[in-house]
Design a protein around this ligand. Sequence first.
Ligand code: IVH
Length: 677
Amino acid sequence: MDAKQAAKRLQALRDELNHHLYRYHVLDAPEIADAEYDALFDELTALEQQFPDLVTADSPSQRVGGAPLGEFQQVTHEVAMLSLDKCTTSDELQDWIVRCQGRLDQPDELSFTCEPKIDGVAVALLYEDGVLARAATRGDGQVGEDITANVRTVKSVPLRLTGSGYPARFEVRGEVYIPQQDFEAYNHAAAESGAKPMINPRNGAAGSLRQLDPKITAARPLTMFCYSLGWSDGSWQPQTHVEVIQCLQEWGFRVNPLLSEVADLEQCVTYVDDILAQRAELGYDIDGVVIKVNNLDQQQELGTVTRKPRWAIAFKYPAEEATTQIVNVEFQVGRTGAITPVARLKPVFVGGVTVSNATLHNMDEISRLDLRIGDWVMIRRAGDVIPQVVSVIDSKRPADAELVQLPTRCPSCNSPIVRPNDEAVARCSASHNVCPAQRKEGLKHFASRLAMDIDGLGDKLVEQLVDHGLVETAADLYRLQADTLITMERMGQKSADNLIAALERSKSTTLARFIYALGIREVGEATATGLANHFGAMETLQNADAEQLEAVEDVGPVVASRIVEFFADTQNVAVVTQLVALGVQWPDVAIKREQPLSGQTWVLTGTLEQMNRNQAKAHLVDLGAKVAGSVSAKTTQVVAGPGAGSKLAKATELKIPVMDEAAFLEYLQQHGIDTSQ
Ligand code: IVH
């Protein structure tokens, strides 16, 4: 290939690869498989190696990260990168709208846009003749740092624009961030390889962009939402923010699909509430909603004060992270005896509520965090998720910070705590029949919504009932009387009667719920459903051995052995029997019969002596087989009685297995078919 041909091929490869990067990273809608992309990419790099002069700035090969930098160059922003005024209530938002109206010549024409405020790092992208020429951080708003080499590695940032009509020189601004799932995956891998985990997605994004070696940045899962025009050479005169975003999208930038134009305060507030409700499902961290005046002339008219535009405001959501101090670490005993360390915190307002406990999962987590009692920590409460300790603030560690020790004995029943080497989880060695804490948790689980769904039997009440010795097993719940219940704290006649009625109602359940309610280790809701459908009856499940259990979908050796262990305990079996005697019942389950012959085609030929053709056929169909009238290459098995003729000959010719009637009867019996009738 000569240089001219190479240049042509390279151009085609660049266009094609950039198109696929766009489909994958901007639209999230790939058109080719990863391997196909890799093949094109390999062709590109091989050709570029052969013709190094033909490497262009928009080549996808430039995204893998070039040579390390000694330092970042400073960049003076042509137009300052501003920050935003904020509000936290609809009254404050209304004040802002009224102020905007008061300053405008034609306040009637005022409309707004709303979009999520991404919790990432602000970046300005300069394009010259459609090619990414420079990327810079915000810095102090006036002067930032040149991070072009790093931003090139962000696959959703176009190296060359698509479409037409973009200005020869212009700057686009947006937020670089790490999606939550990628963040989790990164930290998971970091934990495995011993690398330093990221504190949170925002911090991770900032740290990734600040790498002097772009190859490190290239390995980080960064992406970008573009949210505004920084400035342009004047050849493009959009009228509204919505138009800006539409054009940016056409030119290949990734923009937030949740951008919405709204007319008034009421619609702004609805948007703010909607996004707050979706916050946990967005897949990326946000800290609020940005509300902007849609009309760009009006934006101009409103102008800027002290580095904040008057035409935009951030409605801030409650922070999901806060710092506080560890007052103590206590150990809770779960339903299966698992010992979970729980951090008792100096109360702190986070994610919209006051939090005083955070889970620490297990001892490995405490070591990973290097957490001590007395430490200052960053905690996170996202959505309804249990608050987590994110990191320890080393610089604030008090001199008397105390190491956390796993207790040697169960705080509830004083039995030894064991920690088998292969497990991260420490456990109380006693059974739930001995350990009150396990018993309480087991009963809470039994009563829970997805299990027996006993309305009104809350955690506190379960604890009281166990502490007063009124309830030991799940069966005891159904022996409770209203006059005993009213002796409990905060329990009047009415709530006692209600609880008795709820207990009565809960007796009509399903086999799947009942199995789940038993709280067998490793048997969650889905497994319980699988077991119910497979075995159809409690007794069959109770008597199943490991091998029979493993025939159930998703049941492996571990789950099977937990189930066997559970029913090997005579107390557990006794409780099941008592529950049924007390009236717990469920409708029959239609067993989904195993279909060992599904996908097979059988042919019957000759005379059968022990049964007629139709009976034989019915048995085979029961086992899932198709019964055909003639032999072909698709036939799985032929059953041949005396007098078989051409079909048997054909089977022999095609080397299809043949069995006689005696073998067939034995086969059916092995598969649980009763052939006596
Ligand atoms: S518009 C005039 N839109 O919030 C400022 N900013 O306090 C124009 N941010 O660091 C900003 N998401 O990087 C805008 N959808 C969004 C945003 C957003 C996040 C950041 C921005 C800046 C900070 C402003």
